[in-house]
Design a protein around this ligand. Structure first.
Ligand code: UGA
Length: 445
């Protein structure tokens, strides 16, 4: 089967390379960014994702994956995935410009195609977009009789950065939104070929296009809500003696109706998807006159949690003006180089409002953070420089480099003060007698 993937970012590239790892598929990746295409032509990945470089080299060697900027190369494809980014517009609406342009280009190519095909939308789009906007664009550009000659499908992705390859190769479900039997059959053929007979018992959900689109939003809404929920519980724990949020998470997580995952309190959720998708849903609600207070609350709880990290510090240290505070960890979680909607931006800006001398360090994202942070900051060359002489340190991500540190390290380099551990990585007993306060977020003992 010949497969096209349009848009070679995190999602597109992982999709393309994983599909190409199966000997039945030839995959053509298309991206308008010619720099990205030339990096790929040299068989290195322009995005950092565990296992991606290795599999990319393998599929390039087997000649089952090629990258191009020429949409015309898609002419031979049976199935074309659109994995173009759908960022937030300034008003929280979803910016569909790139996706619409890609759909137009694909439509013009399939206009000259004689075999049956399916165009599969993997980009996250507000419910109703695939049928009402993307299908219309493809129909106009291709002049095809949709559903008779060409099918449109929604197939949302559930890839988390850092484990995206595993999430693709061993998914917990496959969701297919489709409106005609031919499109449904093409997708069943593709995924049963890839995963094996009966999709190896992976739940395979065939539903309407609109349901598939909403399943994606609802998933991210619920996951982020779980994190916001536990962050609120975490703040309750901090007011209660002998209390620890991880004990509460474990106590409730055994209830299968609740589940134990996504109950790790921290400095609030970040990343390229949660805020964008929640804003997208808020915008959808506004356009449909829906009052969704839980959705709005999720966002404000997250903003409060980010500010709360600085509150803990200032409650401890007092006036933060002129003090040096080290911030360790600038990506939105460990094991990614992504700083999109990273908690660090909000926390640094909150510190700067209080005239703090902020010194930051991250093992992979220093360059990007320096470029994108609008605040006056010092960028340390290593962990030691970041914490040296600091009156306080905030650890924001659980990078393994940070986990290795201990009380001796901090007391040898910090001026004194307070260490805030937002991910509860260290053993508090180790800090007894260290000469400064160790505060684990969500713990009060
Ligand atoms: C998220 C979803 O997990 C994926 O299923 C989804 O496909 C993806 O968005 C997307 O829409 O593309 P991702 O943004 O990579 O994936 O990151 P997550 O692992 O979900 O973490 C998001 C944020 O929540 C991070 O800042 C993380 O530190 C925080 N988090 C997560 C917690 O604070 N506590 C937890 O228990 C879990």
């Amino acid at each position: 089967m010949k497969i096209g993937v349009v848009g070679l970012g995190y999602v597109g590239l992982v999709t393309a390379v994983c599909l190409a790892s199966h000997s039945s598929f030839d995959v053509i990746g298309v991206d308008v960014d010619s720099r990205r295409v030339s990096i790929l032509q040299s068989a290195t990945s322009p995005v950092k994702e565990t296992g991606l470089d290795k599999l990319l080299a393998k599929v390039r060697l087997a000649q089952r994956f090629s990258a191009t900027s020429d949409f015309g190369d898609l002419i031979t494809c049976d199935v074309i995935f659109l994995t173009v980014g759908t960022p937030s517009g300034n008003d929280g609406s979803v910016d569909l410009n790139d996706l619409s342009e890609a759909a137009r280009n694909v439509g013009s190519v399939i206009a000259n195609q004689s075999k049956e095909n399916a165009i599969v939308i993997k980009s996250t789009v507000p419910p109703g977009t695939t049928r009402n906007i993307i299908r219309t664009i493809i129909k106009q550009a291709s002049n095809k009789k949709m559903e008779e000659e060409s099918s449109i499908v929604s197939n949302p992705e559930f890839l988390a950065e850092g484990s995206a390859m595993k999430n693709f190769l061993e998914p917990d479900r496959i969701v297919i939104g489709v409106q005609d039997e031919r499109g449904a059959r093409l997708m069943r053929n593709l995924y049963s070929e890839f995963y094996g007979r009966d999709f190896q018992k992976i739940p395979y959900i065939e539903t309407s296009i609109e349901n598939a689109e909403l399943i994606k939003y609802a998933s991210n809404y619920f996951l982020s809500l779980k994190v916001s929920f536990i962050n609120e519980i975490s703040r309750i724990c901090e007011t209660l003696e002998h209390s620890s949020v991880d004990a509460i998470a474990s106590g409730i997580g055994f209830d299968p109706r609740i589940g134990s995952q996504f109950l790790k309190a921290g400095p609030g959720w970040g990343g390229s998807c949660f805020r964008k998708d929640i804003l997208g849903l808020i915008n959808y609600a506004k356009n449909h006159n829906l009052d969704l207070p839980v959705l709005l609350g999720n966002l404000s709880t997250n903003d409060i949690q980010r500010r709360h990290v600085v509150e803990i510090l200032s409650n401890r240290v007092g006036d933060l003006g002129g003090k040096k505070i080290g911030v360790l960890g600038l990506t939105f979680k460990a094991n990614t180089d992504d700083i999109r909607d990273s908690q660090a931006f909000a926390i640094v800006s909150e510190l700067r409002k209080r005239n703090v001398r902020v010194c930051v360090y991250d093992p992979v994202a220093m360059g990007k953070f320096r470029e994108e942070c609008n605040e006056e900051i010092e960028c340390a060359k290593d962990i030691e420089e970041c914490v040296s002489g600091a009156d306080g340190v905030i650890v924001l991500t659980d990078w393994k480099e940070f986990k290795k540190l201990d009380s001796n390290f901090f007391s040898a380099h910090m001026k004194g003060g307070t260490l805030i551990d937002t991910r509860r990585m260290y053993n508090k007993d180790d800090f007894k007698g260290a000469g400064f306060a160790y505060i684990a977020l969500g713990v009060n003992d």
